[in-house]
Design a protein. Structure first.
Length: 97
């Protein structure tokens, strides 16, 4: 990451500076915004909630969401693969006659 530039992000009204290449800056800022929103949702009105606990719960929630998306993607890929296989068999049957 030799081309990394410092980027400031805000999480629960605290500023953090992280290194990021220019091409990934927008993605990093979007991820920080998502994380900040999740942390605020978890913290709710409890301003005294421990920051580390809020951060861990937010990370767990986001990791769970990611895992569900991966599982759904795998199911869809399997369905598509099966459909393509069926289409190929039908095409083979049409052209082998």
């Amino acid at each position: 990451m030799s081309d990394a530039k410092p980027v400031s992000i805000q999480l629960l009204d605290r500023e953090y500076t992280v290194g990021c290449v220019a091409e990934e800056r927008d993605s990093l800022l979007a991820a920080a915004k998502m994380l900040d929103g999740k942390m605020r949702e978890i913290r709710g009105g409890n301003r005294m909630a421990a920051l580390d606990r809020v951060a861990v719960l937010a990370a767990l929630n986001l990791a769970h969401d990611l895992e569900q998306l991966r599982e759904e993607t795998a199911r869809r890929e399997n369905d598509l693969s099966r459909s393509f296989g069926e289409l190929n068999r039908k095409l083979d049957g049409l052209f082998s006659d």
